[in-house]
Write a protein that binds this ligand. Structure first.
Ligand code: NOJ
Length: 550
């Protein structure tokens, strides 16, 4: 077969993703096939059957582009090339084709807010103020000791980096090696649209847009998120680059409001398919404060979920997620890492996958992977290292700072995928770039596939249910017992179908009475088996009823 001919997936109708479940792969940590301790694209191809077995419809691939890896590929030096340790362009084409054969769409990560400082554009820009690429970035005159303002970069330090040769600062919202692109320059926008078409022509089925809410920055007015021209830019992007029928696009938008999300995910396809909002993820965090600065409260989580479920009903579209490559493992966070690891992983999945929106599963979440016991020396993330230094500077002890990293650092999600109980968890024959969690002897895909009661098969059932019953896509959301501190209970309803979900968020037995309307309902799914008088620790049940009124 001609390797260059990539079949187009039969998902030609915009909106297919409303019944889909997507899976995020962090390529460096998925599967190594060439013995260098780093995951690679052939490693993803090798596990496509596993993903097909799970039942997912698409893979969101964290960046695979050429990059100096200051921020694990979120610093791109060539948008049209693959980072060699991950494989070749041919590998990428094979991945798109092989995934397509299994009904799986490839969704690439698009980092449009910034490039790497090693990108040709930036290297040219450094050559002089008159260089045609200079205006691809955001510059400010000044003196070495007086940056234009006190804006801080997300990974610490000033957001302004001095370039003595030019007598100018450049603006970077993230690491020094991630200069911000100047979206006010139409040439930049054109370059990016052309690059996107390059990937669409290769058969890519969608994009996840990194910090898309930060592209329309106006740093001199200290505006980074939600700049005045943001939606104008996103609409242009959609028009110029995403016209391909069926593309799924999801924007990363921390702090987005429901009203803003309605613009982004308007059903007329003028912007994106959906956005990631993070209100639920920030429920145990004071606004602007540190992770964990507020105790977890189930009523607060329920309020947030209800707000988004109701807020976007019929007017936009939610994305549903509990984990990604920037967040700790959800079992360690809201579940139980010990005795009830399996039950709590299933309970959290049930809570989320019963809702309206497109669910995303982060690699290893379907195994109930937990936060690994990394030491300071083993942690490599630029954000985590900076966090540690900042905590020490604030007067924390090294032990306190380490406790913080153990709970919250981004490397929690980035340790290798646990495939087997064997050496390096079957991830690599060499020393992995991040250590594998010692619990891989118990928590691994091979064991999960052999155990019909595993977390994996619970996810598989949830995915299959969503595909089979319209209520998952179309039902309205009603929160029951909003103030209950232990149970998360809700219903989803269409004219004909009714779903009841109850989740015990605690290790206690909790007495609970099924609402009268659901007494005769069918038990669709549970993490324990037949219901008993009280809900058992971390028990989750899902009931289904058709034509309740008939
Ligand atoms: C958000 C990504 O998810 C994160 O991993 C990255 O560090 C920043 N954007 C900068 O690109």
């Amino acid at each position: 077969m001609d390797n260059k001919k990539i079949p187009v997936l039969d998902k030609s109708k915009w909106g297919w993703w409303r019944s889909a479940v997507l899976y995020q792969i962090y390529p460096k940590s998925f599967q190594d096939t060439n013995g260098d301790g780093l995951g690679d694209i052939p490693g993803i191809i090798a596990h496509l059957d596993y993903l097909q077995e799970l039942g997912i419809d698409g893979i969101w691939l964290s960046p695979v582009y050429d990059s100096p890896q200051v921020d694990n590929g979120y610093d791109i030096s060539d948008y049209r090339a693959i980072w060699p340790p991950l494989g070749t362009m041919e590998d990428m084409e094979t991945l798109i084709r092989e995934a397509g054969k299994r009904g799986i769409t490839i969704i690439m990560d698009l980092v449009l807010n910034h490039s790497s400082d090693k990108h040709f554009w930036f290297q040219e820009a450094l050559k002089g103020r008159d260089n045609p690429y200079h205006d691809y970035y955001v510059w400010a005159d000044g003196t070495p000791d007086a940056p234009p303002n006190d804006m801080r970069a997300s990974f610490g330090g000033s957001a302004w980096e001095w370039v003595p040769e030019l007598g100018q600062y450049y603006f970077h919202q993230f690491a020094v090696g991630q200069p911000d692109l100047n979206w006010e320059n139409p040439k930049v926008r054109r370059e990016l649209y052309d690059m996107i078409r390059f990937w669409v022509d290769k058969g890519v089925g969608g994009f996840r847009l990194d910090v898309i809410d930060q592209i329309a920055k106006e740093p001199f007015r200290k505006i980074t998120k939600n700049g005045p021209r943001l939606h104008e830019f996103v609409r242009e992007l959609s028009r110029e680059a995403f016209i391909e029928e069926g593309l799924v696009t999801v924007g990363e938008t921390w702090g987005v409001t429901v009203d803003q999300a309605k613009l982004y995910s308007a059903p007329d396809a003028s912007e994106l398919s959906m956005v990631f909002q993070f209100d639920h993820i920030c429920v145990d965090r004071e606004p602007g404060g540190l992770w964990g600065s507020r105790p977890f409260s189930l009523p607060a989580l329920k309020r947030v979920m209800e707000h988004w479920q109701k807020g976007l009903y019929g007017t936009g579209w939610n994305s549903l997620f509990l984990e990604n490559h920037d967040l700790p493992r959800i079992v360690s966070r809201w579940g139980d890492e010990g005795q009830y690891r399996v039950q709590s992983a299933k309970m959290l999945a049930t809570m989320l996958h019963g809702m309206a929106g497109t669910p995303y599963i982060y690699q290893g979440e379907e195994l109930g992977m937990t936060n690994p016991p990394l030491t300071l020396e083993e942690i490599v993330d630029v954000g985590a290292i900076n966090d540690y230094q900042e905590r020490l500077a604030e007067g924390w002890s090294p032990e306190q700072a380490m406790r913080y990293l153990h709970a919250w650092c981004r490397d929690n999600a980035r340790t290798p995928m646990q495939w087997t109980a064997g050496e390096n968890a079957g991830f690599s024959t060499a020393k992995p770039w991040l250590p594998v969690d010692p619990n891989h002897t118990r928590v691994n895909a091979q064991a999960a596939l052999a155990d019909p009661d595993s977390v994996f098969y619970h996810y598989k059932k949830l995915i299959a249910l969503r595909k089979g019953l319209n209520v998952f896509r179309d039902g309205t959301f009603t929160l029951l017992e909003p103030e209950d501190e232990k149970l998360f209970v809700y219903t989803r309803d269409t004219d004909r179908e009714h779903l009841l979900v109850v989740c015990n968020f605690t290790a206690d037995a909790v007495a609970w009475q099924r609402p009268a309307a659901f007494v005769d309902a069918e038990l669709l799914l549970s993490n324990y088996g037949a219901p008993q008088a009280a809900l058992r620790p971390y028990e989750a049940q899902m009931f289904y009823l058709e034509d309740r009124e008939a």
